[in-house]
Ligand binder design. Sequence first.
Ligand code: UDX
Length: 474
Amino acid sequence: QDRAPRLSVIGTGYLGATHAACMSELGFEVLGVDVDPEKIARLSRGEVPFHEPGLPELLRTHVESGRLRFTTDVAEAARWADVHFVGVGTPQKVGESGADLRYVDAALASLAAAIDRDALIVGKSTVPVGTARRLAAMVRRVRAEAGLPGEVELAWNPEFLREGFAVKDTLTPDRLVIGTDGTRAEPVLRRVYARQLAADTPWISTDLETAELVKVAANAFLATKISFINAFSEITEAVGGDIGTLADAIGHDARIGRRFLNAGVGFGGGCLPKDIRALQARVSELGLDRTMRFLAEVDDINLRRRDRVVDLAVQVLSAARDAGRGEAAAYGGKTTGSGVEVLRGARIAVLGVTFKPDSDDVRDSPALDVANRLYTAGADVRVHDPEGNANAAARFPRLDYVDSLEEAVEGAELTLLLTEWQAFREMDPAAVGALVDARLLIDGRNVLDVAAWAEHGWTVVGLGHRFDPAALGA
Ligand code: UDX
């Protein structure tokens, strides 16, 4: 056929909605499909149901031009589109570590049963290795049983987009990985991604298994890099040393590289944590129990960062009370040593609850977990996040969410910076200092200039740095 292929995108969550809007930006007619009528209604009005810079403008433009449409009817997509991208979620199974594939299975089954012409199905979801081949067989079986006309080929094209950069990562990806088990997918996808190819984006043609593995390998590597530096944090916290300088110094080695070596409260989000768990579960199924065992350590190191923040809050508040600093000194009139008792009633400001800045996503968020633990330990926690308050409140409604940084820090005995939003990086130590009860801050992302803050009377303790109670004059 000579006309440009018509595209459908099944699943209009984070990945699917972004992919659909970006494919229309590339000039294609696109139909987005989702089982959730409310989501489809919002997208049809040009509204993005989550926070992603640049996406609302793109979506609105193409919905208005009619190039991008949405439906809940998978049969409509099956009749209309030549290429069906599948971007439904593969969350962690509740109470287990493996991936829940029911949405992918259901999407493929309904598509396979409805396509009555030649078409391509292109999986984009992150799946355990072996899933694509199983789905390809399922598609063939469903179609043979129903006696449907047309050739349907399945390919896998993993997505590497980062939240906060989703549009840029989709339009100008680092690489395109295309796993196929046939000959029809490759030329069609070369046409779909012609603009990326013209820009010399590396194009990796491979088999289905490699394509599936590239995605989990990339995320496992990134998670390992973060936990690697965070493991060194445990050492510098014990003996002293500067974790940022250490990361800079090893990062100058081009073989290592500086990116993803920022020590802090660790990784969260909808991908890294679930992907390393799903990979371990999958290799165990394959009888390779030892192969990814190091990822259990990567996960543990990551979760221990949260314990460290809570411990540090206890230590800092205890030291402050011992030193008679701030209102904390008056509380209860007695010191409480290193026990978590000191948290009871302590007024703590938490800045940031999303798993990273420029996102409203609180899935597996270290910041939200820490805020909730402090609350559970009896602290009076006041939370502010520029975009994440609503999602956080849906998960933990009992925390006190406020709309401004100023409200959050007003009267605080201790301030925690847990997600490095630009607004927090740029805080004015004098202005914030005038609002708090005690100028004590734990920098969970190592983004503040400790010396500059010290000039305004602040004690800023960075994660990965040794905390000396004597610094508070105790
Ligand atoms: C990640 C991958 O980067 C992306 O390629 C994949 O498609 C989906 O998963 P994302 O979940 O958007 O993307 O977040 P990312 O920017 O990778 O950050 C993940 C987490 O690691 C965040 O919680 C972040 O704060 C943390 N992080 C990142 C660190 O703690 N230190 C670092 O040096 C880098």
